[in-house]
Design a protein around this ligand. Sequence first.
Ligand code: 13P
Ligand code: SF4
Length: 325
Amino acid sequence: MAIATTEIKDQKKKINYKDEILRLKEEKNALILAHFYQVGEIQDIADFVGDSLGLAQKASDADADIIVFAGVHFMAETAKILNPETKVVLPDLEAGCSLADSCPPEDFKKFKQKYPDHIVISYINCSAAIKQLSDVICTSSNAVKIVESFPKEQKIIFAPDKNLGAYVNKMTGRNMVLWDGTCEVHDVLEMEAVIKMKAENPEAKLIAHPECKAPVLEISDFVGSTTQLLKYARETDAKQFIVATESGILHQMRKENPNKEFFIVPSDETCACNDCPYMKKNTMEKLYLCLKNEVPEIKLTDQVIEEAKEPINKMLDISRKLNII
Ligand code: 13P
Ligand code: SF4
């Protein structure tokens, strides 16, 4: 038994995942899409690394036989909805999202019935079933603009992230009804920890993802999606940044700005970084295996695809009209 285990380990050691992934990618005409919260080596091997909006666009335009989605389930699902003819695989089907899970479709249906004169704007971090129940989708990079594209008097339900919803309400002066969902990674970032870090690094700019709680966002120098946080870090003269989001983003931030310093906000005294447990389910080994075996595959019915595609396309149309993509 001990020998067999050693042999398996030896076989595994012989595989150079990076080389094999690159070889299989060519052979299979595959496109590897990765989110900024993936581990560095996955980001480095991807054809495109982006935020949810960028990834959705790339998936929609992809001319590949397979899309390997190094991200979480709702992102791979969105890719399938936007490009149904292409096989979409996700390295680990367990790569879910606490925010998407915080909005079960049956409960949301009942919630919606309480507000019959409201339209539904949903953050892209939700299941296909919630997208089917929505009028338009938004991402963290365009939420404010999407909401503002509707008249002030339009009544709106915003789901599933109450932190992003509250931030958009504040920025637009709206009073959207908010579904009570949160991201378990961002929602634990406390203002006390941020204030302490600001005191320790007085020159640093505080930059935050809008899934953080309102007190953190209120004291931030900049709030934006992962792509927008990276742009701000690149284009701002500051040399130090306190970063309130998932730790994976540090990889690109440090790569793009070798002369700047980035400090991730700890979620508590004992934690030095914030890892999304779902994003981090993907590994190079799983990426290699899923490209090799073409499983696990994202499968959706035609009806789900048709109904979920409408609100996503509405978001893309509004964004194009407003010139924000
Ligand atoms: P972005 O669209 O800003 O990359 O956010 C995705 C996400 O899951 C944040 O938690
Ligand atoms: Fe979901 Fe939060 Fe992880 Fe993003 S960071 S995938 S919102 S659990």
